[in-house]
Design a protein around this ligand. Sequence first.
Ligand code: R5P
Length: 295
Amino acid sequence: MADKDDVRLGKHFFEDIPSKNEAFFLKGAGALDWGMQNRLSRIFNPETGKTVMLAFDHGYFQGPTTGIERLDLNIAPLIPYSDVLMCTRGALRSSISPTVCKPIVLRASAGQSILSELSNELIAIDIQDAIRLDASALAAQVYIGAEYEHKSIGNVTKLIDMGSKYGIPTLAVTGVGEKMSRDQRYFGLATRICAEIGAHYVKSYYFEPGFEKVVAACPVPIVIAGGKKLPEKKALEMAYKAIDQGAAGVDMGRNIFQSDCPVGMIQAVGAVVHNSVKPDKAIKIYEEIKVQEKT
Ligand code: R5P
């Protein structure tokens, strides 16, 4: 109960210590509100400025994808080693324990399937539900050069506006159609458009040459998707090169959950992302954990 007893005059004001006014650690996020910066600090480790997002939202357009046929069984062992869970609200409510305290990046679009035109998406969540789920960010695709380019830009723009009202950042995902070439010109265009419409960070694919130029020209952080399954060493090399060339982390799915040792792979990826461990060393982390699992 508030009372007026024992009200004393303050004594310790440390007048000789100036108040700190530190710059926020994340590229392009210095002018954001406290809530936005706090949510981005859940996603990106403030010590390293990087993130390992575990992506398992693939089912929203491709159904029971190899490696995540059983979300409840496949994802749980990986959670302790991920920084962020990226998934649909359906996966979250049905298959992830509410006792898990990892930040959630919510897949906020849907409306198509692998049997139809992929760029024909719509916003598939309202902001109240994202708040109920305590989302740390919303995510949807921008399909530059695709049939529904205009609509997809509109979706992400609306998410940015909706999220901004409540301090929830938006991740714009560069969706690449089959006809688009995965090169500097394309990703330079796509990532810059995402940042200019107000996305707080952007997901791209890694490509060579010129990835570092695309990172430099994008005023907000870029994280890379893993893409299709590669041999583990190749996936670690890709992650290493991306981080070395300025990526702020990975949003990786298939190269983790389709590995023959997902728990080893996610830890190896984490070592690359947060500690710049070289692929030769990182592959040993994966191999050692794989051996331990078998014994
Ligand atoms: C597409 O289904 C999603 O945006 C995925 O989250 C994204 O492609 C990352 O997953 P992967 O590493 O499997 O490409």
